[in-house]
Design a protein around this ligand. Structure first.
Ligand code: F0G
Length: 409
């Protein structure tokens, strides 16, 4: 494993690598892991299977024995010709993170963060969540034999995710309020009671696992750098982690360039997209955020400084999409490509569609959309399907079954 330190994202003050707090003690800034990449060359990754741990030199875990894994990463990068044709795009790919063990990209971060928790001697882990972080943490803490506490906004989490949390034996606490309030309480508890280790994306070790998304995309494209990468944005951890990953491969001179990063938010939960569109260098939190994409129903994203810098440095942008556009994109991806994703994930497709229509994306560019979670997580979408799509009833009368079926077809 290579040497690393923790650093404040804002004032660049160094912190010891075994720091367990989540904010800079001097300025309150977010923390970041910094690897010492000077004089380093690409390790013999080629001989290892595509997965999060393929890149272990660039992950902040000291000992191989600490690793707790469920075989995360190694997800498909699917060229989507049929949907690409509909969108007018020539080189369009979907990186489908729903193929991870608990059905979302969170597993990349969780395998690293839980391994780090073990190295730091923690045995109680905690998160606030819109569902996927909770499902992932519940699974990884079960595997690690740790106690797990999960705070969710009551009535605002998809059924599949709730089932995962309960099935893995985590303590599920429902908060009257939204995700932002749940996270606030979780942060306060972690501050007051050091034994509860916070696993939200404020945890810099978790984001290190998530950066492997970028490494895999580059590996799968044989180190051809895509022009554009599009991701849904909630708390902003994933887009900034991916940017860090692209940047590290550039620092290692494995690639020369980096892609433009585009973040998509739901129209009524879009503090980051609004700040980008109005060229502000701060966000204004959205109170009472609303969207069918419950995973990204977030009004006050903690990682906003990292996201704004990612978008600026990469010369990217942000866009908003309506619930209708999200559901339409979800259906199109499933119908044309066989890839079933949850609504928040379909936001990236819907956003790309909008930007293509506006001429903000060049049709000849190589574009990767990241779909972050599996469609089975949120069965409530069934109620939102148009009546014409919900199937046929076959009335069976004596002797005329096949004929009746033939009439429907
Ligand atoms: N897509 C899905 C399916 C998610 O679950 C999330 C975040 C995001 C996108 C946004 O990622 O927060 O890194 O910008 N879900 C969190 C959770 C908040 O608690 O599961 P982000």
């Amino acid at each position: 494993m290579w040497r690393y330190k923790l650093q404040c994202f804002e004032c660049h003050r160094d912190l010891p690598a075994e720091e367990t707090g989540f904010r800079c003690k001097t300025c309150g800034g977010l923390l970041e892991v910094q690897f010492d990449l000077d004089g380093k060359r690409e390790p013999a990754w080629k001989n290892r299977q595509l997965s999060v741990w393929r890149y272990r030199e660039l992950l902040p875990i000291e000992k191989e024995e600490s690793i707790i894994s469920l075989a995360e990463g190694g997800t498909g990068l699917h060229q989507c010709k049929r949907l690409g044709r509909r969108l007018g795009l020539k080189k369009f790919y979907v990186k489908n993170e729903g193929e991870n063990p608990t059905g979302s990209f969170k597993d990349r971060g969780m395998t690293v963060a839980i391994s780090k928790a073990r190295e730091l001697g923690k045995n109680k882990v905690l998160c606030a969540s819109t569902g996927n972080t909770a499902a992932s943490l519940a699974a990884y803490s079960a595997r690690a034999g740790m106690e797990c506490i999960v705070l969710i906004p009551k009535g605002k989490v998809a059924g599949g995710k709730m089932l995962q949390v309960l099935m893995h034996g985590a303590k599920l606490i429902q908060i009257e309020g939204d995700f932002d309030q749940a996270l606030e309480i979780a942060m306060q508890l972690a501050d007051r009671r050091g034994e509860f280790y916070l696993m939200n994306s404020l945890n810099p070790f978790r984001l290190e696992g998530q950066k492997t998304l970028a490494f895999e995309i580059l590996d799968q494209l044989d180190m051809r750098v895509p022009d554009v990468v599009v991701l849904p944005v909630g708390n902003g951890g994933n887009i900034s982690a991916a940017w860090k990953g692209f940047s590290e491969f550039q620092q290692l001179r494995i690639v020369k360039d980096r892609p433009r990063m585009i973040g998509i938010q739901a129209e009524k939960a879009a503090p980051i997209a609004r700040a980008v569109k109005s060229k502000q260098n701060k966000i204004r939190p959205v109170h009472n955020p609303q969207t069918i994409a419950t995973a990204i129903r977030i009004g006050s994203p903690v990682n906003w400084p990292k996201v704004l810098r990612t978008i600026k440095e990469s010369r990217g942008t942000a866009e908003t999409v309506t619930d209708h556009e999200i559901l339409e994109a979800q259906k199109e991806l499933a119908t044309l490509e066989g890839i079933f994703v949850e609504p928040a994930s379909a936001a990236s497709i819907a956003g790309l569609k909008k930007l293509t229509e506006k001429g903000r994306v060049d049709p000849s560019e190589t574009i990767v959309c990241v779909t972050t979670g599996h469609g089975l997580k949120d069965p409530s979408v069934l109620e939102r399907l148009p009546k014409s799509l919900t199937g046929y009833n076959l009335e069976i009368t004596n002797g005329s079954r096949v004929e009746a079926l033939e009439r429907i077809l």
